[in-house]
Design a protein around this ligand. Structure first.
Ligand code: G3P
Ligand code: MG
Length: 247
C-alpha cells in the first residue's frame, strides 16, 4: 500500500495543495477498455493472449511508445511493426472512442473543484485527434478545465513516465509555473504515477482492480474509485453532501 501520509511533512504537503491535474484515459473517461479489447483481438491472431502485466507497461504512454512495448513484449515485432500495429488498431478505435463513458465520480469531482475556484486541468498522453473523438459527448465537462495538455503538444518531448506533460501543465496555470508541491495529480496508470512523482507532485492513484498492487507503492494515496476521494484529506474544499451528484 502506498504511503498513508501520517507524517508531519506529509500533512503539511497535503495542506498546501492549490491546483489539480487530471489524467484522462482510465481516470476521467472509461477508455482503457477500448485499448484492451483491440489489443486482445490483434494478439488472438498470433495465438497469444493480452494480460494485465503487459497492459500495465503500455497504459498512459504516447501511442507510438505503447505500440513499441506491445510488439516487442509479445514477440511479434518480426511480423508486425509498431507503426503497422497503430494503423491496424486505428479503424477499430475510431469507432469506439465516440462512445466513451465517464468514470464514476469524475463529473462530481470536476464540478465540485470548479465551483470552488480550484484551478483544474487535464494532462493526457493521448493525441489531439483521439482526444476530440473521446470527448465528443463530454464537451461541457472538459470546458471546465483551465487548459488541456495532450501527448502531441510540442512541450511534451517524451511521454509518461517523463515529467514533461505534468510540468507543461503546471506552466500553463494562471500565474504559472505553479510550484509542483502545490499540485495534486489524479492518475490510473503506473507510468502516469511515476511521471507525476518525477515532476515533484503529489499523486492520488485510482487503478483498475486488475493492476498488480505492486504498482500502488509510488502513489501518495490509492483509491478504488474517484467516488471515494475526500477533498478535505488534501486541504481542498469538502463536498457538501446535499448538493453533490454521485456520478
Ligand atoms: O491515460 P492518458 O490520458 O495519459 O492517455 C494515455 C493513452 O492514450 C491511453 O493509455
Ligand atoms: Mg490514464
Amino acid at each position: 500500500m502506498a504511503n498513508q501520509g501520517n507524517s508531519d511533512a506529509s500533512s503539511a504537503r497535503k495542506a498546501s495543495i492549490t491546483h489539480v491535474i487530471f489524467d484522462m484515459d482510465g481516470l476521467l473517461l472509461d477508455t482503457e477498455i477500448f485499448y484492451t479489447e483491440v489489443q486482445e483481438i490483434i494478439l488472438a491472431r498470433y495465438n497469444k493472449t493480452f494480460d494485465w502485466s503487459l497492459k500495465a507497461k503500455m497504459m498512459g504512454k504516447k501511442a507510438i511508445e505503447a505500440a513499441r512495448v506491445f510488439v516487442e513484449e509479445t514477440g511479434i515485432s518480426d511480423s508486425l511493426t509498431a507503426e503497422d500495429f497503430l494503423v491496424e488498431r486505428e479503424e477499430m478505435l475510431q469507432k469506439m472512442f465516440p462512445t466513451s463513458d465517464l468514470m464514476p465520480g469524475s463529473s462530481r469531482l470536476i464540478h465540485h473543484l470548479h465551483a470552488n475556484g480550484i484551478p483544474i486541468c487535464v494532462a493526457t498522453g493521448t493525441h489531439t485527434r483521439h482526444f476530440d473523438l473521446k470527448t465528443q459527448r463530454h464537451g461541457e465537462l472538459f470546458s471546465l478545465m483551465h487548459h488541456i495538455v495532450r501527448g502531441d503538444d510540442p512541450e511534451v518531448k517524451q511521454g509518461k513516465p517523463s515529467p514533461d506533460i505534468f510540468l507543461a501543465a503546471a506552466n500553463r496555470f494562471e500565474g504559472g509555473p505553479v510550484d509542483p508541491q502545490r499540485i495534486l495529480v489524479f492518475e490510473d496508470a503506473p507510468s502516469g504515477v511515476l511521471a507525476a512523482k518525477n515532476a515533484g507532485m503529489s499523486v492520488v492513484m485510482v487503478p483498475d482492480a486488475r493492476l498488480d498492487s505492486s504498482y500502488h507503492e509510488v502513489a501518495d494515496q490509492v483509491l478504488s474509485s474517484l467516488l471515494d476521494f475526500n477533498p478535505a484529506d488534501w486541504g481542498l474544499p469538502p463536498f457538501e453532501n446535499s448538493s453533490t451528484k454521485l456520478d
